[in-house]
Design a protein around this ligand. Structure first.
Ligand code: PBG
Length: 327
């Protein structure tokens, strides 16, 4: 018989108790890193469940103040706001009305919880009849340069309502520069830009498009959002937005793109956000509902993984349940 050698390294020594494990834990998750996305619908009273996103709701304007206070109690510092307007048109003009649904939501949430950081998503897809993220050219493609002033107008309108951070998600070229210029010209040089710099044309946005009523009426978004196969291109997108004046950048989606988060982390010193999108949320909910995974542990693990990959900020529909599970 051959004598068994004792292991040279005993890794299990540092896993013997929760106290030791916590001592050597490399990645921290606290509510202060989380952003909670919210859908506000014009004309709605109360809350309406979003079918493919169990536990998430469209809110009426009468419900946003309480939501802002609840986030405060849970220690969640920021919201990302999406609007479902009463009317849509070719250009998406409901997006920049002084009393538009998101503009009103920002005012009410700030009144209810002045410490809450409000992040306004800037994109036209929820406001256009055709559901694309900008205005259309005669050939049906999205006209980049004619879209830029509209995005800038939307950004200024959100800033006028008290929005702290503008987050363009449309993927037009030059939007960060156009928005920065418009904000500065209107006296909003203190309003920051969080650019959805590396946003992929993803199947994981499906539930969101139901939630926000923003599915394109024809075609898809592959002419402006990124090809899922590309990581060098993601860095190129990020560096362009940094040069145009972004204060923070984002990778989206998060879990299928952890390598992109890591690659971007290594190429910029700016704060980096990652968006744990609606399809990632829906998948986890569906498996947990069937009893196939432990929801609380899976949520914690997923959010920790996004932080470990290099994200400073995690935008997630799980924010409230995670914060509750910690308290
Ligand atoms: C708007 C926008 C989308 C998401 C955020 N902003 C949808 C899209 O690009 O089609 C998706 C977020 C999610 O899936 O949770 N353009």
């Amino acid at each position: 018989m051959v004598a068994m050698e004792a292991p040279v390294r005993r890794h299990r020594r540092l896993r013997r108790s929760e106290t030791i494990r916590a001592l050597v834990r490399e990645t921290e998750l606290t509510p202060s890193h989380l952003v909670y996305p919210i859908f506000v619908e014009a004309g709605l009273t109360g809350r309406e469940p979003i079918e493919p996103m169990p536990g998430q709701f469209r809110l009426g304007l009468d419900a946003v103040s309480e939501e802002a206070r609840e986030l405060g109690r849970l220690g969640i510092p920021a919201v990302l706001l999406f609007g479902i307007p009463e009317t849509k048109d070719e250009a998406g003009s409901s997006a920049w009305q002084p009393h538009g649904v998101v503009q009103e939501a920002i005012r009410r949430m700030k009144d209810a919880n002045p410490d809450l950081v409000t992040i306004g998503d800037v994109c036209l897809c929820e406001y256009t009849t055709h559901g694309h993220c900008g205005v259309l050219a005669p050939d049906g493609s999205v006209d980049n340069d004619r879209t830029l002033p509209l995005l800038a107008q939307m950004a200024v309108s959100l800033a006028e309502a008290g929005c702290d951070i503008i987050a363009p998600s449309d993927m037009m070229d030059g939007r960060v520069a156009a928005i920065r210029h418009a904000l500065d010209s209107a006296g909003f040089e203190q309003v920051a830009i969080l650019s959805y710099a590396a946003k992929f044309a993803s199947a994981f946005y499906g539930p969101f498009r139901v939630a926000a009523d923003s599915a394109p009426a024809f075609g898809d978004r592959r002419g402006y959002q990124m090809d899922p196969a590309n990581v060098r291109m993601a860095i190129d997108e990020v560096l362009t937005d940094v040069a145009e004046g972004a204060d923070m950048v984002m990778v989206k989606p998060a879990l299928p793109y952890l390598d992109v988060i890591r690659a971007v982390r290594e190429r910029t010193e700016l704060p980096l956000a990652a968006y744990n999108v609606s399809g990632e949320y829906a998948m986890l909910c569906a498996a947990a509902e069937r009893g196939w995974i432990d929801r609380e542990r899976a949520v914690h693990e997923a959010l920790t993984a996004i932080r470990r990959a290099g994200a400073d900020i995690v935008i997630t529909y799980h924010a409230k349940e995670w914060a509750r599970s910690r308290s």
